[in-house]
Design a binder for this molecule. Structure first.
Ligand code: BTN
Length: 319
């Protein structure tokens, strides 16, 4: 992103209307240069043109602010929080950096945001939260990490509920509100050495509407659509870091959350007829919970209950 586009990004955050003329004067550039920079922001779906009057942000937003986030965190909680304007994918970029204890990266946009199962995660400028945290565990924790992903999903759901959002979890860890997706989690785990396992936790949470049209078609929702106003993402980032840090400490000290019970309270599809599918197969049954290893439990019509692990599987309500 060009330096002028970044300046405009900071200026337009309040949602005020600025004419091309005023912007050109303010930054001492030509109207043409303003127009070019505005178009960079438009690629991120941030700015609208109001007839001949000028430009304004679709929705007011608060830019990500590293100092603000760090000020909310206890000391030594993370090595660093990196805030960026645009990256390919925060999950991808954070994996390349040196790590001591825990590292966090958030970006205003992603050009190649990644979802689960090889899907694209649409990541327009300033609208949403694109968050990655990289942590490590001692190798002894590995056997228990299969349940970390649903556990984190449940914790995030409970956190959102505490903010008056009626969030529910859909296996393995989609966050839903009234049948529409609010957030998704992509966890990538790798063995770092004989003694250590590393995890990159990527969270995408829709803060502002993804687009002005087709909202109901893509079955996505956002904090704005649910509460009538967006969150300050800086607070969200600090809260999520603390939530993950606590969960990591709990797993390291073998103090696991009771995910079986928490799942039943928070699952969007609990007790409902569901279809679980992958490119190769399809299973229809009733979602009856998860096991303490994090596997989904599906009861088939003959009464047998089978466990399924995430892999390539997707789950849907069965109409
Ligand atoms: C899903 O498909 O539900 C998971 C979506 C995860 C998206 C987040 S956004 C921040 C991080 N960086 C990525 O490229 N993906 C994750």
């Amino acid at each position: 992103m060009s330096p002028l586009a970044k300046e405009l990004f900071n200026l337009l955050q309040s949602g005020e209307l600025y004419s091309g003329e005023a912007l050109a004067q303010r930054f001492d550039v030509t109207r043409q240069a303003v127009w070019k920079a505005i178009n960079e922001l438009k690629v991120g779906h941030l700015v609208e043109t109001i007839g001949r009057q000028g430009y304004k942000a679709f929705y007011p937003y608060i830019p990500l602010d590293q100092k603000n986030i760090l000020a909310q965190l206890p000391k030594h909680c993370v090595d660093d929080v990196i805030t960026s304007m645009d990256v390919t994918s925060t999950n991808e970029e954070i994996a390349k950096l040196p790590l001591n204890k825990a590292l966090v990266m958030v970006s205003e946009m992603q050009t190649q945001g990644r979802g689960r199962n090889g899907k694209v995660w649409v990541s327009p400028l300033a609208r949403n939260l694109y968050f990655s945290m990289r942590i490590q565990f001692k190798m002894q924790a590995l056997a228990n990490l299969t349940s970390f992903s649903p556990a984190l999903g449940i914790y995030l759901v409970e956190y959102l509920q505490s903010k008056n959002i009626p969030a529910k979890i859909k296996w393995p860890n989609d966050i839903w509100v009234d049948g529409a997706k609010l957030a998704g989690i992509l966890i990538e785990t790798s063995a770092k050495s004989e003694h250590e396992v590393e995890m990159v936790i990527g969270i995408g949470l829709n803060n502002l509407p993804l687009a002005e049209a087709n909202l109901t078609q893509n079955r996505a929702t956002s904090i704005y659509e649910i509460l009538g106003q967006a969150f300050d993402r800086n607070i969200l980032v600090a809260d999520i870091i603390q939530l993950i840090s606590k969960l990591r400490d709990d797993y390291e000290s073998f103090n696991f959350p009771n995910i079986v019970e928490l799942w039943n309270q928070n699952s969007a599809l609990h007790g409902q007829k569901v279809k679980l599918f992958s490119p190769a197969r399809e299973i229809i049954g009733t979602e009856v919970g998860i096991a303490d290893n994090g596997a989904l439990l599906i009861q088939q019509d003959n009464g047998t209950v089978q466990q399924y692990f995430s892999g390539e599987l997707s789950l849907r309500a069965y109409a």
